[in-house]
Design a protein around this ligand. Structure first.
Ligand code: BTN
Length: 260
């Protein structure tokens, strides 16, 4: 699609949601949609507000890693005010929404690498960053940041150790970015409104994790743990079986995971 047709209006028109994406703020260029979303959330913007960028100049990922999002790709942040009990499900909702929307727009089957990378054929097509702020006696402020590679050039990689892939390269035709964003927001809303009951969401997320049963290296702070990804608990934490047979619970967000 022509980038100039990618606007807030093109996303909101005929959007099949009642919450997520009812307000869309589009920046042709911005440092990071996370920075804008944080400011908007503090100001009390309506739940479901989406900040979306044509291009980010300071995109970042987990562990403060650089995230490249030149024009043509998807970089957005969604602002939510969930119950604290719902927070563990956000990462599952975001990754499932990405997997479902990629499938419905391109026919490509994507997998989830714990906790929230979306891969196609073992290569990273999407990164997800969830930021939560929990206050006393008020709903949490959560920001779901999503970056999807649509047409990242060969040399453009994020600075994690995972190889990257772009949707257009994979399907060898143009991807309708607006359609993908609309599907993504609708899918996110469908899953989000299933809460506070998150059992089905957890079950599908667990079933789509390609990490389970694999040898992994987990970097948590200065500590390096090596073992087999045994299972996940309902909060999304990874249960790692160390070589001495002991089980260790690793909370998402604190770690870098490398498959061996
Ligand atoms: C990761 O893989 O570590 C997460 C990457 C998250 C990237 C998205 S792009 C939209 C939003 N803005 C950012 O600066 N980061 C997230």
């Amino acid at each position: 699609m022509i980038e100039k047709d990618f606007t807030a209006e093109s996303i909101t028109s005929n959007l099949n949601t009642t919450l997520i994406g009812q307000k869309v703020i589009f920046y042709p260029q911005v440092t990071s949609t996370m920075d804008v979303a944080r400011r908007e959330a503090k100001r009390g913007t309506p739940e479901g507000t989406v900040i979306i960028a044509g291009e980010q100049t300071g995109g970042h990922g987990r562990q403060k890693r650089l995230w490249l999002s030149p024009p043509g790709n998807i970089a957005l942040s969604v602002i939510l005010y969930p119950d604290v009990a719902s927070l563990p499900y956000l990462v599952m909702i975001a990754s499932l929404a990405v997997v479902h929307s990629i499938y419905s727009v391109t026919g490509l089957k994507a997998d989830i690498k714990w906790p929230n990378d979306v891969l196609i054929g073992g290569k990273k097509v999407c990164g997800i960053l969830i930021e939560n702020e929990i206050g006393k006696d008020v709903p949490a402020r959560a920001i779901m940041g999503i970056g999807i590679n649509i047409n990242l050039g060969e040399s453009k990689v994020d600075d994690s150790s995972v190889p990257v892939i772009s949707l257009e390269k994979e399907i060898r035709r143009a991807v309708e970015k607006v359609d993908l964003v609309k599907q993504l927001l609708a899918e996110m809303e469908r899953l989000y409104t299933m809460l506070p009951e998150g059992r089905e969401i957890f079950a599908e997320w667990r079933q789509r994790l390609i990490t389970l049963g694999k040898r992994v290296v987990v970097m948590t702070g200065d500590e390096k743990l090596e073992g087999t990804a045994d299972s996940v608990d309902s909060s999304g934490a990874l249960i790692l079986r160390l070589d001495n047979g002991n089980l260790v619970t690793v909370v998402a967000g604190d770690v870098t995971l490398r498959e061996k």
